[in-house]
Design a protein around this ligand. Structure first.
Ligand code: GTP
Ligand code: MG
Length: 679
């Protein structure tokens, strides 16, 4: 049996003070005030959850989708029985690899050594159950970006709303909050940049504008004279490599993704409860409080959805983080929001996933709604997860109780979704299909007791499937790279901590680190991992790094900690290879987009479309096309409003994988094939 970790986070959250991510991850940090979450308007939001009106809601969604399609799509196949998918391009990663092999675009890329690595994201500890990160800022999640040099959130929201309204009548004003800390002990005196960033994709522009780069920052010097030493010259020290004799569980970052309302938080809460991470007493409290608010069925979800707004609305808005130990893994659960307005949060949180549980609602109508190209997030989440490099996925077919544990329904979903997942590049052998009911505790951590389910299902239960996942690969022997998802400043003590997941390399107390984009070198004062002080951290670990010898204002979310001899590039003009998703509006030269890379976000403009590629061979099929439409693969150039820390995909996947968003949707996923101009 699995060893459940009974250590409660709240019990550990004393003392120091750190970011949202840190708080969820690192028990010694004080918890932060629950944020008043983002100003998410739309009082009559069609998605607003009310208990017991789910089917009604889904019907609304379908209705809206219908309208949408009537207006913008030539064929009208919407509704309950969805047509088989024809999204037959390979996954973005496969596509990238293919393209890198065959592209003649003069790319510098090498196709070698493409190990799995991912963008890290901020995670915050919640109660014994951990937390999410801060919602203190209100942040545009999506949208076409304004053209001005200084991207303002308000403006972008505004623009998005304007644009969005022209496309879809239900478009709510989007705020895309950050990963929010949902700490239990919601008190923090110290400032934290995460209150501004929250681990959300960050625009560095404003931060950089505020920064006096010429005064002692060394920015221009370091950036302009970046030593492009080959990483092959790097020789890791012995302590940086894992010792086979170390008796520790491998950390597995497990993203819980899927359409709104599919039961992700309920499933996560149930798992944590079953595995002893939520006490009986706490569970009673959630049940009581949820009932009082007329939302009794959300009791388990409340363990993860901690903010008032999330509970009132009945939706997750930020990524919640929790831990449990299985037989094989120390599992970091990243419970993502399903609502489309919070996809940027989902990106920031799930981008560091090693594997994912895709939760689908088996109820009649709900599964179908979740698969709708226009409104359903099942497809968008699956595509995003795959493009993060995640190739192992567990499909939790939830709410089987609502379909009487029907074998036929399960097979139908498996067939429909399986076709789509294969088209995204998931191999059949890397997909596990688990019928379950989070609400009725069927097939989660033990063989189901339901007779009907037992009569036809003889496979593994969910926790078994988690243990069957392959361990993630880590770039231990490469120079340090840690995208910063969150920064905590303890002004009273003059301390600053950067939080994030090490994508490559290792750190220990005393290590010198280059803080980008400022270009300053500081050193590691101390480290915390998994709620405890530690002496070193290696690739794959999520840590809070307390820095010394550096001005706290130069450490920012969206930046990167790296090895002083191997600085990350800082650039604003990039060549990308992208896979266009199911867009209805073509991408043109001049299109304004929102560019996401690890925890950074920046307004961008398409400056050139170089070529269309054959998705299978990566060969150029057309030069200089005028526009890009759905499912096309292309090479294009973007100019960013401000610089971001970035690497070519061939040298670091986590820092070279990008997402383009507009109108509140992810419109393309891709990779950086060339840094055209370093800042
Ligand atoms: P977002 O985070 O907003 O995307 O939603 P979610 O996927 O986390 O869903 P959540 O856990 O909040 O649950 C949504 C609703 O589905 C709640 O009313 C739950 O009680 C219900 N639900 C979750 N799991 C089950 C289940 O196994 N069976 C049934 N019948 N209902 C369930
Ligand atoms: Mg949820």
């Amino acid at each position: 049996m699995q060893t459940t970790c009974t250590r409660r986070v709240e019990g550990m959250c004393k003392g120091s003070g750190a970011s949202k991510m840190a708080k969820s991850l690192f028990a010694s940090f004080p918890q932060r005030m629950p944020k008043k979450a983002v100003s998410f308007q739309k009082p009559n939001d069609a998605y607003g959850k009310e208990e017991s009106n789910n089917s009604h809601r889904h019907m609304n969604m379908q209705g809206q989708f219908l309208e949408f399609h009537k207006a913008f799509i030539t064929h009208s196949n919407h509704h309950v029985n969805i047509a088989p998918f024809k999204f037959d391009v390979p996954s973005p990663d496969d596509l990238v690899s293919d393209g890198l092999r065959s592209s003649k675009m003069g790319l510098k890329a090498n196709s070698t050594d493409l190990k799995t690595s991912r963008v890290s994201s901020s995670i915050n500890e919640k109660n014994g159950v951990l937390s999410k990160s801060s919602t203190e800022r209100s942040d545009s999640s999506s949208a076409l970006m304004p053209k001005g040099r200084h991207f303002s959130r308000d403006k972008s929201n505004h623009l998005e709303n304007d644009m969005g309204n022209t496309l879809s009548s239900d478009k709510s004003s989007v705020c895309s909050p950050s990963l929010n800390l949902k700490g239990r002990n919601d008190k923090i005196d110290e400032s934290s940049s995460s209150s501004m960033s929250g681990g959300n994709p960050q625009s560095l522009t404003n931060s950089l504008n505020k920064m006096d780069v010429n005064v002692g920052s060394g920015l221009s010097k370091n950036v302009n004279t970046r030593v492009t030493r080959s990483k092959a010259e790097y020789k890791p020290e012995k302590w940086m490599l894992p010792d086979q004799a170390e008796d520790t569980l491998t950390q597995l970052n497990l993203a819980i993704v899927g359409h709104v309302d599919s039961g992700k938080s309920t499933l996560s809460g149930r798992l944590l409860h079953l595995l002893g991470r939520i006490s009986q007493k706490e569970m009673h409290k959630y049940e009581k409080e949820a009932k009082l608010q007329g939302k009794g069925s959300f009791a388990y979800a409340w363990a993860l959805d901690e903010s008032t707004e999330e509970r009132e609305r009945g939706i997750t808005m930020t990524v919640a983080v929790a831990y449990f130990d299985s037989k094989k893994y120390h599992v970091v659960v990243l419970d993502s929001p399903g609502h489309k307005d919070f996809v940027p949060n989902m990106i920031s949180g799930a981008a560091q996933a090693d594997a994912a549980i895709l939760v689908v609602d088996a109820s009649v109508g709900s599964f179908e709604a979740s698969m709708d190209g226009g409104k359903g997030q099942t497809r968008e989440h699956a595509q995003l997860i795959r493009s993060f490099g995640v190739d192992q996925i567990i499909v939790a077919v939830n709410k089987m109780d609502a379909v009487d544990y029907s074998n036929e329904r399960f097979d139908f979903i498996k067939q429909q979704l399986g076709t789509f997942l294969r088209s995204c590049g998931f191999r059949d052998s890397s997909i596990s299909w688990i019928p379950l009911s989070a609400m009725e505790n069927q097939n989660l951590v033990a063989v189901p007791s339901n007779v009907c389910l037992l009569s036809w299902y003889h496979g593994p239960y969910l926790l078994d499937a988690v243990d069957s996942l392959q361990p993630p690969t880590r770039d231990f022997s490469k120079p340090l790279l840690m995208p910063i998802c969150d920064v905590v400043k303890l002004s009273s003590l003059g301390q600053v901590s950067a939080c994030g997941k090490l994508e490559a390399g290792a750190l220990r107390s005393g290590s010198k680190v280059l803080v980008m984009p400022s270009g300053n070198v500081g050193s590691v004062r101390s480290l915390e991992r998994n709620s405890q002080a530690c002496t070193f951290a290696r690739a794959g670990d999520s840590v809070a790094v307390s820095l010394q010898g550096i001005d706290g204002s130069l450490v920012m979310a969206g930046g990167v900690l790296c090895h002083p001899d191997f600085p990350v590039a800082i650039a604003k003009h990039l060549e990308l290879k992208v896979l266009v998703l199911d867009v209805t509006t073509p991408i043109l030269i001049g299109s304004q987009l929102e560019f996401h890379v690890h925890h950074a976000r920046e307004a961008a403009r398409v400056v050139r479309i170089l070529s269309l590629l054959d998705p299978k061979t990566g060969k150029v099929t057309k030069k200089a096309p005028r526009c890009l439409s759905a499912k096309q693969t292309a090479v294009l150039e973007v100019a960013l409003q401000g610089p971001v820390c970035v690497e070519e995909f061939s040298s670091c996947r986590a820092l070279g994988r990008v997402f383009l968003r507009a109108l509140g949707r992810t419109i393309a996923v891709g990779v950086v094939t060339r840094i055209i101009e370093e800042t």
